[in-house]
Design a protein around this ligand. Structure first.
Ligand code: ZN
Length: 332
């Protein structure tokens, strides 16, 4: 029995720079064992960037991580979220209640409102997209029953007190942080930059391990938006990145280039997959990912990524969607 019990980590906190604390919070996801929240000193308390996921016992992990840094929930003077995914925003509601502070984030929350606010409608929409993309009925039924048991990881939907947009700054003891809209990973994604110290709070836009994720179906071209957001961040000239998962890293430019190269490589694989016979997105998926196993857990995410690439190739005049059910794609 013992070996079948999934050993969960505890929340941990550590100082990474004077006045900057990394709070490493556990996640229930295979392959992504934890996420980061960042606490940065501001006056007699801290600004907290991101929250960790909401689930049973999750607030205790955050409290434990804070305590390792000599902090308490009541020391949070402001909560800032980089984007509205559950691991970055899920605990916003209980944190606001306990700390009595404001929430600042992007107001572009539709992608989360559907997911957390009306999970049945959101699931129905995803199933329809999957069906149109050629996914057979049996895996669809399995996916639907898994999702119905799945918790959103978001305690409650809370609206921002202040909309994070260019021109807004977040004051801390390290100086002011500027706001940079970086959609692609999620429509609501922003990065925060401290220009004198050249520090970047990158959320999931840039991670130490180069990997892609797109919220498909909410904006016209998540892949194109992501690539434009890489340009936005490159112009900042950051020296040190504080990412949403994993350790801090310094070679920010190399990580931006790595993401661009991965986008180009994946787009090329998709083009090759539809160069002969027209194919559905479902048929394209196995041609793209040598490095990621196709499982019940990864397939829905890889299908959404493949659809994002097909849509991007369509919008940039390199692929064409053929009418019919299911939809098929071919090169132009
Ligand atoms: Zn995310």
């Amino acid at each position: 029995m013992a070996e079948t019990i999934h050993k969960r980590e505890l929340g941990r906190g550590e100082r990474v720079l004077p006045g900057v604390f990394r709070l490493r919070l556990p996640l229930p996801w295979p392959g992504v064992p934890h996420c980061n929240a960042w606490a940065i000193c501001a006056g007699d308390g801290v600004v907290l960037f991101d929250t960790g996921i909401h689930e049973t016992g999750s607030l205790a992990h955050l409290e434990r991580a804070l305590e390792m840094c000599g902090l308490r929930l009541q020391d949070i003077r402001l909560l800032v979220c980089t984007h509205a995914h559950s691991d970055h925003y899920g605990q916003a509601a209980p944190i606001l209640e306990r700390a009595g502070c404001e929430l600042w984030m992007s107001p572009r929350l539709d992608h989360m409102r559907g997911y957390a606010g009306d999970p049945d409608a959101s699931l129905a929409r995803r199933l329809e997209i999957a069906r149109q993309s050629g996914v057979p009925e049996e895996p669809l039924r399995r996916y639907a029953s898994q999702r119905r048991e799945h918790d959103s990881g978001i305690a409650a939907i809370v609206e921002p007190d202040r909309a994070l947009a260019p021109g807004v700054t977040v004051a801390t003891d390290l100086g002011s942080w500027t706001v940079h809209e970086t959609p692609g990973h999620a429509p609501s994604h922003v990065c925060l930059f401290q220009p004198e110290r050249r520090l970047l709070i990158s959320g999931d836009h840039l991670l130490g391990r180069i990997s892609l994720y797109f919220d498909y179906g909410y904006t016209p071209d998540p892949v194109g938006e992501f690539v434009s957001s890489l340009d936005v961040v490159e112009r900042l000239g950051a020296r040190l990145c504080l990412p949403g998962h994993g350790r801090t890293f310094t070679d920010v430019h190399a990580h931006i280039e790595g993401n661009r190269a991965l986008v180009r490589a994946r787009a090329q694989r998709v083009l090759e997959a539809i160069a002969g016979e027209p194919r559905t997105a479902f048929e394209v998926v196995p041609h793209i990912y040598d490095d990621i196993p196709l499982t019940a857990a990864t397939s829905p995410w890889l299908l959404m990524e493949t659809l994002s690439f097909l849509q991007h190739l369509g919008l940039t005049g390199r692929a064409q969607r053929l009418p019919g059910e299911p939809e098929r794609w071919r090169t132009i």
